[in-house]
Design a protein around this ligand. Structure first.
Ligand code: CMC
Length: 428
């Protein structure tokens, strides 16, 4: 017997059978139930999508209760240990780990597309001298749609692949230009002899030396952080990417919107907010008072809690190990002691325990980035670079899914009833 849900409408005594598939019922199956005399049928009300699946996806699996994260079936722990960001990006986008030949070809394509059109420099020169790099990043990604009008051919597979190469290859260059602009230093062109992350460090930090040599430990640590951030199923920015993409906008326009969603302090801006919070706390001695304020409703413990994870975020575990390797090279970040004390106290405090609030990916990533000399403003940009692979994969999956249409949630109207226009002179 097929799984069904039997619903009895107490108002009419009628009974309805609604199929259950994959742990869900179809919201449109509820429409057969009348909600009132002249309505379009019963709907569900789910602000912030707390319990609504909006798509089927084969990209990322998360079990929030058990702290499991997998890309295309591969556990994040194995990818962080054995893979590289470029290989993981390939996996996330194309669904399988590449063969040696595929990886070579992919790496060649990405390397080939790292440079930006020279006019992008002029565009970025127009930003205020102290422009936040994330603001500059997201608007430059949007501007790309004017440089690559061929991207509008979203149902042309070859064209889509071209934009995939461009996006993955160019986001580190945009990010580095945004950073160099914000500190008033000349832009550094890509060095295609270096790895993906090695070249990124080159474009950020190269000064007058002829050839920039990235520190291999820091280069690998950044690569691991990029792997951890590649995708995270239907989060706020990915939903924005899918939603904008569902109107058949080009991928650059859609990604500008996704990056804007990532900018917020509750999402990708959280790592920046964690650093500001640690600075504000100032010392280990002030931690108990800070926790008390959070429990009293004065602000949040940034880097804690997650909509999906109700146990330790598996990414945070890996990041903690990476932090140790980075600090061996850079020296300990003095804010680490405060972070460790916050975690220690929070993990045994009833307020956090009962609400299942654990450190998330952003709690320690900012400390690593800061130790690696990234300014705090760059943190959300460092999230956006690897998340580009997830956004692209999810965008393409949405486009090719025959069940998807333009995204258009319903609302419950709570405004004024119909009334007649009042002339200006008669208004009070
Ligand atoms: N500090 C203190 N209390 C918290 C926190 C926190 N960080 N997070 C949630 N709570 C409390 C919240 O006040 C609520 O308590 P009550 O039931 O008494 O009203 C309860 O826990 C449930 O919180 P919620 O806001 O309903 O949970 P949510 O699923 O809507 O929010 C979240 C998820 C990530 C936005 C939230 O936990 C938060 O604001 N965390 C801090 C920001 C942060 O670190 N964001 C990064 C997320 S990971 C990176 C990413 O994927 O973007």
């Amino acid at each position: 017997m097929a799984d069904t849900l039997t619903i009895t409408d107490n108002r009419t005594g009628k009974t309805y059978e609604v199929p259950i598939a994959d742990g869900t019922i179809r919201a449109t199956d509820l429409r057969q139930i009348r909600a009132g005399a002249d309505d379009g049928g019963l709907a569900t009300y789910d602000p912030a999508f707390m319990n609504t699946a909006a798509c089927r996806s084969r990209i990322t699996f998360i079990d929030g209760e058990r702290g499991i994260l997998e890309y295309r079936g591969y556990p994040i722990e194995q990818l962080a240990e054995k893979s590289t960001y470029l290989e993981t990006a390939y996996l996330v986008i194309f669904g399988e780990l590449p063969t040696e030949a595929q990886l070579q070809q992919w790496t060649r394509e990405i390397t080939f597309h790292t440079m930006l059109h020279e006019n992008i420099k002029k565009l970025m020169d127009g930003y205020q001298y102290d422009a936040h790099p994330m603001g500059a990043f997201l608007s430059t990604v949007g501007a790309f749609s004017t440089f690559y009008p061929d991207a509008k051919k979203i149902f042309d597979e070859k064209s889509r692949l071209k934009q995939v190469h461009r996006l993955i290859a160019k986001v580190p260059t945009i990010a580095a230009y945004a950073y160099r602009h914000s500190i008033g230093r000349p832009y550094v062109y890509p060095d295609n002899d270096l790895s993906f992350t090695g070249n990124f460090l080159n474009m950020l930090f190269k000064m007058t030396e002829l050839k920039y040599q990235p520190n291999p430990v820091l280069e690998r640590a950044l690569d691991v952080l990029f792997i951890l951030h590649a995708d995270h199923e239907q989060n706020c920015s990915t939903s924005a990417m899918r939603s904008i993409g569902s109107s058949h906008a080009d991928p650059y326009s859609a990604m500008a919107g996704a990056a804007a969603a990532l900018y917020g302090p509750l999402h990708g801006g959280a790592n920046e907010a964690v650093l500001r919070m640690l600075n504000e706390i100032g010392s280990v001695a002030n931690v108990p008072a800070f926790i008390k304020r959070v429990k009293g409703g004065e602000g949040r413990l940034m880097g804690f809690g997650h909509r999906v994870y109700k146990s330790y975020d598996p990414r945070a575990k890996i990041i903690k190990q990476t932090a140790d390797q980075v600090f061996e090279v850079t020296g300990k970040n003095p804010l680490l002691e405060i972070a460790l004390e916050l975690e220690r106290i929070a993990l045994q405090d009833d307020y956090f325990v009962t609400r299942k609030l654990y450190p998330n990916v952003d709690f320690y990533s900012g400390l690593i980035y800061q130790a690696m000399s990234f300014p705090v403003d760059m943190f959300p940009v460092l999230f956006a670079i690897p998340r580009t692979s997830g956004w692209i994969a999810q965008w393409e999956e949405m486009l090719l899914d025959p069940e998807q249409k333009i995204a258009r949630p319903k609302q419950i109207y709570t405004g004024a009833k119909r009334r007649d226009y009042v002339a200006l002179a008669s208004r009070k």
